[in-house]
Design a protein around this ligand. Structure first.
Ligand SMILES: [Mg+2]
Length: 297
């Protein structure tokens, strides 16, 4: 597949309302940008800097005209929970980060198109998550060194405003977790960048053989199955004895986490991906993390 094909695959995954413009805080490597900035609507600013996580600035259009969500304004009850939550769990792909980690890895390993189709299917919730994950990973079969190379050459891009939001939550003594259907190995640098301890990452685990070859993923991780995020969030709440917990994400599995015993509140972050079915059912829908920061004490 040529570069044009890859770029198309990447841009087609984004909703039509947001036109992210990405800037880099490492302008010395600006020459690297040229290779991925083919589509003027979506210059993919990725830098090949080892271990780096790119902080992206993004312009997101405000409320799309075709969508009039009643939940853009939080109710008094919603704000009460948001301001006093013991813990906040963030989805990673298309929430904390601008990309879908598995799609990135697939793209890097040359299986972009086939895997993106599976990801789209997994998002709609019509295919069991474990089935979609197994199918995608057997198309990619990433070796340990490919995963490491991918992280180095395409560092995860952090969504605008998320670092400030997490800083603010921590200052208010609200514990922060990353709950993801992606892979722990790929989320670690993101957690490190945001000051989130590794024990607060709940995600899937890639398994490699003795020579670093892909052998699978750990099926014991709840996040590898449908309904897994709800289960993971419930576990966090139980283990840590939290009274109120908030889930923030863009997908159906994040919405699912709002249920008795698990998340008390679901906030849809639609700044990267706008999924109407998810946003419409959220307690609060935001397009910018700034809106969440503004309502914190
Ligand atoms: Mg997501």
């Amino acid at each position: 597949m040529g570069m044009a094909g890859l770029i198309n695959t990447r841009t087609s995954l984004r909703h039509p309302f947001s036109v992210p413009r990405l800037f880099s805080n490492q302008s010395s490597q600006a020459s690297q940008l040229a290779t991925r900035a083919i589509n003027p609507l979506f210059p993919c600013a990725k830098l090949s800097k080892a271990g780096a996580v790119v902080m992206a600035a993004m312009e997101v259009s405000k409320a799309p005209s075709s969508l009039d969500l009643a939940n853009r304004q939080p109710s008094k009850d919603v704000l009460e929970i948001w301001r006093n939550a013991d813990a906040v769990c963030f989805d990673v792909d298309s929430t904390v980060c601008l990309d879908e980690g598995i799609d990135e890895l697939a793209d890097f390993c040359g299986a972009g198109q086939a895997v993106a189709e599976w990801t789209a299917k997994a998002m709609t919730g019509t295919v069991p998550f474990e089935e979609a994950l197994t199918a995608r990973m057997s198309l990619i079969k990433p070796s340990l060194s490919q995963v490491e190379d991918c992280l180095e050459k395409r560092p995860p891009r952090i969504s605008p405003g998320i670092a400030d939001l997490i800083k603010k939550l921590k200052a208010n003594n609200t514990e922060v977790f990353l709950v993801s259907g992606g892979f722990r190995q790929m989320i670690k640098p993101v957690a490190f960048e945001l000051g989130i301890p590794t024990e607060n990452i709940i995600a899937n685990q890639l398994l490699f053989g003795t020579s670093g070859e892909y052998v699978g993923f750990d099926p014991a991780e709840p996040t590898s199955r449908s309904g897994g995020k709800a289960q993971a969030v419930q576990q966090i709440k139980q283990d840590r004895g939290y009274k109120t917990l908030v889930m923030i994400g863009d997908g159906a599995t994040d919405l699912e986490a709002r249920q008795p015993g698990a998340a008390d509140l679901f906030i849809c972050y639609a700044g990267v991906q706008m999924r109407e079915a998810v946003a419409a059912k959220a307690d609060w829908a935001v397009f910018e993390f700034q809106d969440l920061i503004a309502e914190l004490p």
